[in-house]
Ligand binder design. Structure first.
Ligand code: COI
Length: 361
């Protein structure tokens, strides 16, 4: 199965080098796409087949395609970085492969064999490696995803799936790069309840976050922060990022994974890097009242958001209907900066990689 061979159909008219270079000067996030994509199909009874690397083209779907009605869809996000020698490197892609399979299981989809997921990423990076921006902070963001592709209106798991992997040349997720962001506490909406799909990377979780995120923007904030669905008390995560807290005794805390939070690859990597340095790291619930009290007393020194897209982004201020508090001096904290640099240096192959996280492609 994992030995499925990929047919390669190179783009007949790839973008000219000078037009590509222009797009890579300041790509922003998620708007610049490369020449190619990978596709693999699944059919019940036949399994995975038709693995291809082709030109990136629009999809043609029957209007009855299941994903359009019941949102049976999952995705991943991982980056390829330019190495100092001009090559390309993926960061912990096997974690994304495993999470993709776990998300598939939660959404009652056929899990893509992890080796096929990994091979699709390698193939796309290899063929589109010239699309990795050379600018500081630039990378190639891979977006593997899978949709239920059976044309059928009954509510049941699809008997056919289409897996695709596309790539986007990106800079910083937040405009202005890694400067501090302001969060808006959603008191009306929650992201995920126990027993729900919070730990799966499915489009539905993000669709359900958009009204709260729009409210955050209306309130002049950058991102929404969700509280738990049961007590409306515990910090969960942002619209698409995990959160960390740094205390005056040098300890680090992040909410525990309990099925309602996405198990972030960046989250896991930062926990490991901090523990490597002898820091005490806690995966424990943190209450919103405590967050405010600790920020006001100075016990909390720093807070940051993290994710593949956001990398490590300092949180400077938190607002809500009846709250408004600043963390530290409102700017990036020392430990936040230090962890960000340590992580990105490993990802970009400019520092030793003691855990073997980097895969050169
Ligand atoms: C990622 O960090 O890769 C995500 O999928 C989050 C999304 C907000 C871009």
């Amino acid at each position: 199965m994992t030995a499925l061979s990929f047919a390669i159909e190179e783009h007949p008219a790839p973008l000219a080098a000078n037009a590509r270079a222009e797009k890579l000067v300041s790509p922003g996030f998620g708007r610049v796409f490369t020449d190619h994509m990978v596709s693999i199909r699944y059919t019940e009874g036949e399994g995975w087949h038709d693995a291809k690397v082709t030109a990136r083209v629009p999809l043609m779907l029957d209007p009855a395609t299941a994903v359009l009605h019941y949102a049976q869809e999952i995705f991943e996000g991982l980056k390829a970085y330019r190495t100092p020698e001009g090559g390309a490197a993926l960061f912990r892609p096997e974690m994304n492969a495993r999470r993709f399979a776990d998300s598939a299981t939660r959404l009652a989809m056929a899990p893509l064999p992890e080796e096929l997921f990994l091979e699709s990423c390698r193939r796309l990076v290899s063929i589109d490696r010239d699309w990795i921006p050379e600018s500081e902070g630039g990378s190639l963001y891979l977006r593997p995803f899978m949709i239920a592709s059976e044309a059928f209106l009954g509510v049941k798991p699809s008997s056919e799936y289409l897996y695709l992997c596309i790539a986007s040349s990106v800079g910083a997720y937040f405009k202005g790069g890694p400067t501090s962001v302001t969060l808006w506490i959603s008191d009306e909406f929650t992201r995920s309840a126990p027993g729900g799909t919070g730990a799966a990377k499915c489009g539905g979780n993000y669709a359900a976050s958009l009204q709260a995120q729009a409210e955050a923007i209306r309130e002049g904030c950058d991102q929404v922060v969700f509280l738990d669905a049961v007590e409306r008390r515990w910090i969960e995560e942002l619209g698409g990022m995990n959160t960390f807290f740094v205390f005056d005794d040098g300890t680090l805390q992040t909410p525990p994974l309990g099925g309602t939070i996405l198990p972030g690859v960046t989250r896991d990597s930062l926990l490991t890097l901090a523990a490597d340095q002898g820091m005490t790291v806690r995966e424990e619930p943190y209450a919103i009242d405590q967050w405010e009290a600790d920020a006001r007393s100075g016990r909390l020194r720093e807070a940051f958001a993290c994710g593949t897209a956001a990398v490590v982004t300092p949180i400077g201020r938190v607002r809500g209907r009846d709250r408004d508090f600043t963390i530290g001096n409102g700017g990036p904290g020392l430990l936040t900066e230090q962890l960000r640099t340590q992580l990105t240096d490993i990802q970009r192959c400019t520092a030793p990689d003691p855990h073997g996280w980097v895969e050169r492609v």
